[in-house]
Design a binder for this molecule. Structure first.
Ligand code: URA
Length: 282
């Protein structure tokens, strides 16, 4: 940044926007130049000696690195016991809101729990909140959410007749994919969430949901459009994986595939009588 920008906050803001910054993640500005350690004397890359066998021997981990693994393990164990202890959705939400094990939470305005009708037997599961979801504390309220509303309407559903949540309850920075550790910390809550909602059908939105809920590594194009199953205790719940609305916004030509998946889901919903409770539908 030039001196002129540093002394002109408006010009700085314009420069940040032009550079692709979407939002501020802290209220107090941090002077990262002041935090930067003085440059260490560096060896030019080519001049670095190749590690000898002795040098390659594992060295004891630094205390911070040693602490990282157990902490993650502890956070997952704590997520598991908190989730298990929740006997209803209100308790589960409170447990999640009090859970400090997932690093994503510290950059988020809200814990995004769920939206829709908690007595519905039709459960949609997406990936993770985006910027708008984080702001409002509700899943699928941004651009992708508007498309999800249309997708639901196409099969005669809405937020009063279906229930919506995500694999992750906090927004990953820049909407990146969750790391395996972040997903592992949220999954115990999601699994308990599914048990408590007791859906008769689950519709997974996108590859990340399919991967983490079902544990499959295949891409969404292989998984979508066929009936899969999710087991809760001894009950097998039918699962339809389909394309994520955010993907469909980028690839509208693939909407016809999602439409087929949704039609199959609607047939199943009718065949299983899952709409009977909802007078607002049909
Ligand atoms: N994408 C998701 O997967 N979930 C949301 O809540 C919003 C966008």
């Amino acid at each position: 940044m030039t001196d002129h920008l540093a002394s002109d906050p408006l010009a700085t803001l314009a420069w940040l926007l032009e550079s692709g910054a979407e939002e501020a993640i802290g209220e107090t500005p941090i002077n990262r130049f002041a935090l930067k350690p003085p440059p260490a004397a560096t060896t030019p890359l080519q001049a670095r000696p190749l590690p000898s066998a002795a040098a390659a021997r594992p060295t004891p981990a630094a205390p911070a690195a040693q602490a990282a693994m157990p902490l993650e393990g502890e956070a997952i164990a704590s997520a598991q016991s908190l989730a298990k202890a929740a006997t209803n959705l209100a308790e589960l939400r409170a447990a999640l809101e009090g859970f400090e094990g997932c690093g994503l939470k510290k950059n988020c305005a809200n814990t995004v729990f769920a939206d829709g009708n908690p007595t519905s037997r039709i459960m949609f599961i997406g990936e993770a909140p985006g910027a708008e979801e984080d702001r409002q504390g509700l899943p699928f309220v941004g651009r992708a959410g508007k498309l999800l509303d249309k997708m639901m309407a196409a099969i005669h559903l809405d937020r009063s007749s279906a229930y919506i949540t995500n694999v992750l309850n906090w927004r990953p920075p820049q909407n990146r994919d969750p790391s395996p550790e972040e997903a592992a910390m949220c999954l115990p809550f999601l699994r308990r969430h599914i048990e408590l909602v007791n859906p008769g059908i689950i519709i997974l939105l996108g590859a990340v949901a399919a991967r983490h809920v079902l544990g499959f590594s295949e891409g969404i194009m292989k998984l979508r459009g066929r009936w899969l199953e999710y087991r809760v205790n001894d009950v097998m719940i039918p699962v339809m994986a389909t394309l994520h609305p955010a993907y469909l916004l980028r690839q509208p030509a693939h909407k016809k595939l999602a439409w087929r998946d949704l039609q199959a889901a609607e047939e199943k919903i009718i065949a299983l009588g899952l709409l009977e409770k909802h007078s607002s539908i049909h």
